[in-house]
Design a protein around this ligand. Structure first.
Ligand SMILES: *Cc1c(COP(=O)(O)O)cnc(C)c1O
Length: 417
């Protein structure tokens, strides 16, 4: 066999080993697709729903119907699905800034939240617009051996604790992601003792990876990004918030203005992509999960550390691979870029980014800027040289990228075939 044939046979073998995982995930995709499809039918989606409005955006019936569909699929009382929500961070910050008041405490029980929230929370009262400036207290409880630290959580919740925050996905950290089952157990335990506490779940990267969503297991409000899972690779922008009606109303008043809330906000020409993206999402998410499994298996065979392992149950899209050297990590990331449908000519190199201690390298050749349901990879350059990869709208793309990575790594003497 020549090199190319060897690489193809490694990937084929991986697919054979993973066949039963793929089948299980296909069943899951169907289960989730059914929920979406039934909501489309219940609300009788029509071509005219895609028209959108201009200006103030009154009577944007297509927008309102899409929000009803999200509401039903996520088992919420109400939902906001808007292009005016510019990112996942914006969706999350709307929740936090609309509910929390001076003297309230926000308690994150999955350790330090996602990097982009640092400025939203703030470090001092001098941080303009932050929760700190408002006089909100912020505390975190780290996971204990990758589990919720139940004892410490129960001890820490006080009368001031208004919101308990849970980040479902690991984001770019070494911890594991929290499964719906684990989230269910901790919420039940918290609510037994503190029924008034509001449980917020950052659902980014989690949608449609399991058969249930956080609101079904006791969360009060969730938020996420449309250029990740629920946008299905087609939505060009947007975010969503779903949950208890009174809370979503507060969020809507902060997104637009008090008294107006959901009534305004023109969707222009964005609705077709948002509808079709949600229709595609359960499938695209599972393609991406299967791509991550393939990556995990292949690199585990090559004696790298993949987290989660191909054997582990998944609850989000993130796949990390730890390499032996900086050069291997950079080669992997550069080849992901080279295997991208857009900007494949660009060669990513590590560079300093504000807020990060080490130089960071990023590969993203996506149709939609920053969209990470599309194949992308990044990580800070530091031992153990961990790259976080996510996305892949279909597994063919991940296979193609893997072939390029393996070929280049072999070329450079980093792996034996
Ligand atoms: C992506 C992500 C965010 C932030 O979303 P952006 O759209 O990048 O602002 C927040 N939390 C988690 C867990 C994420 O994965």
């Amino acid at each position: 066999m020549n090199k190319e044939e060897k690489i193809i046979s490694i990937i084929n073998e991986a697919e054979e080993v993973l066949a039963s995982h793929f089948k299980e995930n296909k069943d899951l995709a169907y289960k989730n697709f059914k929920k979406v499809m039934q909501a489309f039918n219940t609300h009788s989606v029509m071509e005219s729903d895609f028209n959108g409005t201009t200006g103030y955006g009154y009577d944007d019936t297509g927008r309102d119907k899409l929000e009803d569909i999200y509401r039903d699929v996520f088992k919420a009382e109400d939902a906001l699905v808007r292009t005016q929500i510019i990112s996942g961070t914006h969706a999350i910050s709307l929740v936090l800034l609309s509910i929390l008041r001076e003297g309230d405490e926000l308690l994150y029980i999955t350790g330090q939240p996602y990097d982009t929230l640092e400025k939203v929370i703030g470090n001092s009262i001098d941080d303009v617009g932050s929760l700190m400036e408002l006089g909100v207290k912020f505390n975190t409880i780290d996971l204990k051996e990758d589990q919720f630290d139940t004892e410490k959580i129960l001890e820490s919740i006080s009368d001031q604790t208004k919101i308990v925050g849970i980040q479902r996905s690991r984001g770019y950290s070494a911890r594991k992601s929290m499964s719906i089952e684990e989230i269910k157990t901790i919420i039940k335990t918290i609510k037994e003792k503190h029924p008034n506490v509001i449980v917020f779940v950052d659902n980014c990267y989690g949608e449609f990876v399991e058969s249930k969503e956080p609101l079904e297991v006791g969360a009060d409000i969730i938020a996420g990004s449309l250029i990740k899972n629920p946008g299905g690779g087609l939505a060009k922008m947007g975010g969503y918030v779903a949950g208890r009606q009174d809370l979503v109303e507060r969020v809507s008043y902060r997104l637009t203005v008090p008294g107006v809330g959901k009534e305004m906000g023109a969707s222009l020409n964005a609705l077709t992509d948002m509808y079709q993206g949600f229709f595609m999402a359960p499938h695209a998410v599972i393609e991406s999960v299967n791509g991550a499994l393939l990556m995990a298996y292949v690199f585990e065979q090559l004696n790298m550390t993949a987290s989660p392992s191909y054997k582990d149950k998944r609850t989000d899209l993130i796949q990390s691979v730890s390499f032996n050297t900086e050069e291997e990590m950079i080669t992997f990331t550069q080849m992901i870029q080279k295997a991208s449908p857009v900007n494949s000519r660009f060669l990513p190199i590590p560079d300093q980014i504000p807020g990060y201690q080490n130089p960071v390298i990023m590969a993203a050749g996506t149709f939609v800027q920053g969209a990470s349901l599309e194949l992308s990879a990044d990580g800070p350059i530091r031992s153990p040289y961990t790259v976080y990869a996510q996305g892949g709208l279909h597994i063919e793309h991940v296979k193609y990228a893997l072939e390029m990575v393996l070929s280049e790594m072999h070329e450079k003497g980093m792996i034996q075939l």
